[in-house]
Each structure stands twice: as C-alpha cells, then as structure tokens.
Design a protein around this ligand. Structure first.
Ligand code: GLN
Length: 247
C-alpha cells in the first residue's frame, strides 16, 4: 500500500511547527510498512498535483500569506480541492487554512477575504480591544469523546460554524473557534479544520491514524485495520500538558 500526502503551500502556510504534522503522518504510515510520500503543492505548481494526493495537509499563516494563497486557490486549484474534499479525500486544515476554506475571513482592517466556501463557516478577526487567542488547549475530539487531545492555538480570527459542519472538539481548556461557544475546529466529510498548531498530530496519534485509515480505505476501497503502534512518548507529552492545565 502507498499513501501520497498533498502538502498545500508549505512555503507560505506553515507556522508554529505545523510541518510536524506531515512528519507524524509519514512516521505512522511508514512504521506500518505503508509507502508514504509527500507531494508539495504551491503557487508555481500545476493543478494536477492536487488530483494525485490521497490526503491533504495545510497549515496556518498570517493575513498576508493568506491573501496570496487565497488568490492562487481561487484561480483554479480551489475547484479541484473542493472536488477532492467532496469525494471524501481526508485532510487536516490548521488555523488560517481552516479559515479560508470557509465562506470568508474579515481581517482586522475590515477587508473581506472571500473563502473557498467549501466549509459552512465564517471568520471575523478580533476587534481592537479583543485579545489574541493564544495558549495551550485541551479538548474532547468528536470521534473519541472520552479522550483528551492537546494543541496550541494562536489566532485573532473568531470562527463561527454553520449548520453544514460539526465541531471537531469540545473545549475543556483554551479558546477554540471563538472563545465563546466551547467549540474547537470542524468536521466536514473526512476533512478536519482546527485551531490547534503545536503541532497537533504528533501529540494526538489517534487523529493521525484516523486520517491515514480514511485515506487508505478510500484509495483501496476496502476496510483497513491499522496495526497498533506504541504511543508511550506521545501519551507522556499529552499527559504533561493536561496536568499543567487541568489535573
Ligand atoms: N491570520 C489568522 C488569525 O490570526 C490565522 C493565524 C494562524 O494561522 N496562526 O486568525
């Protein structure tokens, strides 16, 4: 079996250790004998690279990079990305990526950056007096509500989900989508949007496996059971953050 990870805009969208998510995907796939490789997709690349990916990852960025990428995605790549997402190709979209796959992002200057309108959500940058939402976070993920996942957030945008999406997690500590409604991120088909940088996947291997499994099942059109891997160090890292914040 092999798995091609489409890493969208690594040169523009990758902050606070986001690249660690790609390393975690490669590591957990290869440890099981799955031939995992990365396809980088950026402004200069042709659109067919999107069609070759079995799984997508896209990290966060500040408003300036978001504007450049939004322009490129709107030109052509976004149409193919939307088709892939609708087909159920799994993906993880962090912070800025999560924001502009929604309807729009309103910057602090009041400028509206049109999103790709794939996810039913919109984001409004915090007003002058509102603080940036920064810090470690703990939440229960939707597919394992008894588990506690950890992440690190740093954003000004406040995201509000529409009816077409469900939250990725329920906040136990931290701000999440907007600091008000207790939601973190979103799920749509097999795509996950999240405010967790940190990076998210090395600390929460269950999510890495969820993405890898969904991607392989779609690609090979059969049920796939991933063999268990030791998560001693991942669990210890997570426990340390949770202890500091909650227990
Ligand atoms: N520019 C966005 C915000 O501040 C995204 C930031 C990020 O991706 N870390 O909300």
């Amino acid at each position: 079996m092999n798995l091609k990870i489409g890493w969208l805009y690594p040169d523009l969208m990758s902050t606070y250790g986001d690249r660690g998510n790609v390393i975690a995907l490669l590591y957990r796939a290869r440890s099981r004998g799955i031939g995992a490789t990365v396809i980088t997709i950026s402004v200069a690349d042709s659109v067919d690279k999107i069609n070759r990916a079995d799984l997508f990852f896209m990290g966060g960025a500040q408003d300036l990079q978001q504007e450049i990428v939004a322009k490129d995605l709107r030109a052509e790549k976004g149409i193919f990305l939307k088709k892939a997402i609708e087909r159920g190709i799994p993906g993880l979209y962090i912070c800025g990526a999560f924001q502009f796959l929604g309807k729009y992002y309103k910057t602090s200057e009041g400028k509206i950056l049109e999103g790709l309108d794939i996810f039913d959500l919109y984001t409004q940058s915090g007003q002058e007096k509102e603080k940036r939402l920064v810090g470690d976070m703990v939440f229960n993920p939707f597919f394992a509500p008894d588990k506690r996942f950890v992440g690190f957030e740093n954003h000004n945008g406040r995201t509000y989900l529409g009816k077409g999406t469900q939250p990725f997690g329920k906040i136990l500590k931290g701000f999440g989508n907007n600091g008000k409604d207790g939601t973190e991120g979103m799920v749509y088909k097999n795509s996950i949007g999240s405010y967790s940088h940190g990076p998210l996947l090395p600390k929460n291997p269950e999510l890495t496996d969820w993405l890898v499994q969904k991607a392989l099942q779609l690609k090979y059109k059969r049920k796939i059971k991933l063999k268990n891997l030791d998560t001693k160090y991942e669990d210890l890292a997570r426990k340390t953050v949770i202890k500091k914040l909650i227990d």
